[in-house]
Structures are given as C-alpha cells and as structure tokens.
Ligand binder design. Structure first.
Ligand code: ATP
Length: 247
C-alpha cells in the first residue's frame, strides 16, 4: 500500500525565491507526523502546497498513490485534505455554527450533499464532542471568541470537511500554556478517532511528544527525520529546537 500522503522532490517558489528546495516525505494512514523547523524554514509553504494554495514548481504530491499536484485546492478538500490555517483564520462575522457549516460545504456537493443542513448532524456532533467549548458558544460570532476558542473553531471547521489527513499549521501559536496543552490533547484525540494528522509547530517539544514521526525542515530542505521519540532525545534537535530542554 502506498503512504496516504507522499511528497516527492517538491520545489516551490515565491517569485525568484525558492522556499522549498526538494522536499520529500511521507505520512502513513493513522499517523501523527510533525514538521518542525525555525522561522522561515518552509513549514507553512509545505502545508499550503499540499492543500493546493501554492503551486508546485516541480515535484509531485501523491494522495493514496495518485498524483494530485495539478488538482485545484477546492477539489483537494473533496479528496480528503483539509487545512486549519496559521493564525486561526475563521470568519469573524459568522457564528460558530455558520463557521462549521462552511467547513462542511468546502468538501463540495459530491461528498456532503451541500445545502442539506440535516446531513451535518453527525459531523457537528463529532466536532462538539471533541470541542465542547464550541457547543456552548454555537450562536456566538467567531470574532468575539477568545484566541483559544478561535483556534478550536479553526480546527473544528477543518474537521467538518471529514478529512483523511488534517493539516494543522501552528495550532498552539499565541496561546497560554494551559490552552496549549488542551489543544495538543485535542490533536491526539482527533488522531485516536481515525484522522491522520500532519502537524506544523514551533512548539517542537509538545509536537514531538504527540507525534509518531517527525521531519526537521531547514531553509527549504528536510535535514533530519525519524521517530518523534528519537528526535526528542537527539542532541542537535534539542539544542536547535527545544532550547536544549525536553521538559
Ligand atoms: P514560520 O515558522 O515563521 O511561519 P515557516 O517555516 O512556516 O516559518 P514559510 O512561511 O513557509 O516558513 O516561509 C518560507 C520562505 O518563503 C521564507 O523565506 C519566507 O520569507 C518566504 N515566503 C513565504 N511567503 C512568502 C510570500 N508570500 N512571498 C514571498 N516570500 C514568501
């Protein structure tokens, strides 16, 4: 069986700047895989390229062994790739419920029966089960939620697309330590419920603690990979990304 998601020698440019310089990695069904690296390493670019927001210069993205590099972003959601973007980009003027409904419509009429709200019941139940804070606030407008609640909404919205693989871009960014732990626990729970996760994080210690495997990205190249537990114990990774500390 091919990996669920595979990147083959991906090169991506912003104008003349080459942000990804031949990135290859794979994510097996059922895994949590972390992508860690310093600012500007290309983590967000990698996720945007997988979700189709950035075009590839060369290289291939395979989902279940099929090349999806040329498939437009909106169709990739329908194929099972859903991204929770960096910076909690929710719809601030819409209620929590409306934000979640938008997430379901993103997967397209083929898989959702878009427009038929009744069909969203099981998806909403699942999201509210995982993120009970959202259930309490379903009528509140997204823009008035706290930072942590907005992050939960961004994750919940991505889950409404019923992804095979959920791309999470810095879910812990800007959150207080207690909330960071909660968000990582939610990531583990999402995975336990059967969703494969590709997790981009600055918070390398927590990300590695919650992942099966990880890749380290440096200026557009994968420089290290392995079991997350091994990378947590790797001295060069500890020094570069964990402040020499693994606690
Ligand atoms: P961070 O952790 O700071 O979010 P990152 O690892 O996610 O960083 P990217 O945002 O993918 O890094 O950026 C990779 C490189 O591409 C950087 O050198 C960045 O300056 C450049 N880049 C990103 N977005 C653009 C853009 N819209 N236009 C031009 N260059 C860009």
């Amino acid at each position: 069986m091919p990996p669920l998601l595979e990147l083959e020698d991906l090169h991506v440019h912003y104008g003349m700047v080459e942000a990804l310089k031949g990135v290859s990695f794979s994510v097996e069904a059922g895994e949590v895989v972390a992508l860690i690296g310093a600012n500007g390493a290309g983590k967000t670019t990698t996720l945007k390229t997988i979700s189709g927001v950035r075009p590839v210069t060369s290289g291939r993205i395979l989902l279940d062994g099929k090349d999806i590099s040329g498939v437009p972003a909106h169709e990739r959601v329908g194929l099972g790739i859903s991204q929770s973007p960096e910076g909690r980009r929710i719809f601030p003027g819409m209620s929590v419920l409306e934000n979640l409904e938008m997430g379901a419509y993103a997967r397209g009429p083929g898989r959702s029966g878009a427009g038929k709200k009744a069909k969203l019941g099981p998806d909403l139940d699942r999201v509210f089960g995982l993120l009970p804070r959202l259930a309490e606030r379903r009528s509140q407008s997204g823009g008035t939620l706290s930072g942590g609640e907005q992050q939960m909404l961004a994750i919940g919205r991505a889950l409404m697309a019923r992804p095979q693989v959920l791309l999470l871009d810095e879910p812990s960014m800007g959150l207080a330590p207690k909330l960071v732990s909660q968000i990582f626990a939610i990531v583990s729970e999402i995975n336990l419920q059967g969703t494969t996760v590709l997790l981009v994080e600055q918070n390398a210690a927590q990300a590695l603690a919650r992942s099966n495997r990880a890749y380290v990205l440096e200026t557009g190249r994968i420089v290290k990979s392995g079991l997350a537990a091994d990378l947590l114990g790797d001295e060069s990774v500890r020094n570069a990304y964990l402040g020499g500390d693994v606690t």
